[in-house]
Ligand binder design. Structure first.
Ligand code: B12
Ligand code: SF4
Ligand code: SF4
Length: 308
């Protein structure tokens, strides 16, 4: 078996799924995004904030890069429980927000421990992951603009690296929507903010709740965004939880932390990480909750208002 096939086998033995594509795909991804931008398909503020930081080339430390390795890792939803009026107040966090850093480290170390002994190196790749996954043949788009992998639904995290491992499969897969979406509109009907447009495939990202509630809590929700729409501590599950492809995975929820009355009050008060008690900061750091701390006061209040 050649090293490419051996690597893919190692990836699938972990319960992950992967593809190896030629490095040239990176320039095609760049072209795709630039064309859409030139055609005025993106809200300007959204483009600047989320799409202008991709790196379509490896760093100089990997001058001989030949391939991109993209890996999908199954991810659950998480439950984070606060204490409000003396009672437990559970909230949900969509897949990929928590323990994401640990997942990336795990994938990179799996790839390095296979490739380094064979004389190959890896280098992190900051690319538009869904486009990469679909053009590589690993995933297909849902009408909700989220991507789906066989056996994982949309509950997975994508990680990608550049490598000097040669690529022996140069296929470029055309963009593909899941067959199931042909006769289904469940996600569009369940999207509270109208971000999924029946007339165009591309999401109106600037209308997506996630675009609003990932921002720091000092930035209030715009008037058109009803607090009652919020359903997660950060992010939104409305177009995934209704999806029939995700049905086998929606009950996969892992506990990711409890906060007592005092800790909940510190979060609601917008306390910065360096002023939190050490024990609290440590537990939030391990799970990556610290990364979403700045959005929590506004988002948690919106959820509390919904259940009041
Ligand atoms: C920007 C961004 C956002 C933005 C915009 C989302 C969006 N759809 O663009 C916001 C903040 C709103 C967001 C929300 C979410 N995100 Co996000 N996000 C990203 C980020 C940083 C870039 C995505 C991107 O490139 N967008 C640009 C657009 C242009 O690309 P695109 O969506 O792939 O659009 C292509 C298609 O529409 C296609 N296309 C156009 N016409 C047609 C027609 C047909 C028929 C077909 C098939 C295709 C097609 O062309 C477009 C490209 O030009 C990535 C991380 C990364 N590095 O890639 C994570 C990422 C995509 N997000 C992720 C997740 C999990 C989410 C949420 C599900 C989180 C949640 N539950 O709260 C939501 C889902 C919202 C949604 N319905 O899409 C995951 C995706 C995992 C997956 N299973 O697909 C990623 C990869 C991050 C991760 N941690 O793993 N996100
Ligand atoms: S809800 Fe229906 S249309 Fe939307 S992504 Fe899932 S299968 Fe496709
Ligand atoms: S994440 Fe929520 S707001 Fe965004 S498109 Fe899906 S349902 Fe709509």
């Amino acid at each position: 078996m050649n090293p490419q096939s051996q690597l893919l086998q190692t990836i699938s033995q972990q319960g992950y799924s992967g593809k190896i594509v030629s490095i040239q795909i990176a320039q095609k991804l760049r072209q795709n995004l630039e064309d859409q931008y030139r055609n005025g398909m993106f809200d300007e503020a959204f483009y600047k904030e989320y799409l202008s930081g991709f790196k379509f080339e490896p760093t100089e430390s990997l001058p001989n890069a030949k391939s991109i390795i993209v890996v999908a890792v199954p991810q659950p939803q998480h439950r984070v429980t606060f204490t409000v009026d003396g009672k437990a107040f559970p909230t949900l966090v969509p897949p990929t927000y928590l323990y994401g850093n640990a997942t990336i480290v795990k994938v990179r170390s799996l790839l390095s421990s296979f490739l380094n002994p064979q004389g190959y190196q890896i280098n992190p790749a900051r690319l538009p992951m869904k486009l990469l996954a679909v053009h590589s043949g690993l995933a297909a788009y849902g009408r909700n603009n989220v991507t789906y992998v066989e056996g994982m639904g949309s509950f997975y995290r994508l990680a990608a690296v550049y490598s000097d491992l040669p690529c022996d499969d140069d296929r470029w897969h055309e963009l593909r929507m899941m067959e199931r979406c042909e006769n289904c509109r469940a996600c569009a009907r369940n999207c509270p903010s109208g971000a999924i447009d029946p007339e165009r495939f591309l999401l109106h990202a600037e209308r997506c709740l996630v675009f609003l509630n990932e921002k720091p809590a000092e930035i209030p929700f715009p008037d058109w965004c009803e607090p009652g729409w919020h359903n997660c501590l950060v992010g939104c599950m409305k177009c995934q939880s209704i999806c029939p492809e995700d049905k086998p995975f929606t009950d996969w929820i892992v506990e990711a932390g409890n906060f007592d009355t005092e800790e909940t009050s510190l979060i609601l008060a917008g306390t910065p990480p360096d002023r939190l008690p050490l024990s609290m900061r440590e537990k939030m750091e391990d799970s990556d909750l610290l990364d979403i701390l700045d959005s929590m006061p506004r988002n948690l209040r919106a959820l509390m208002q919904n259940t009041a």
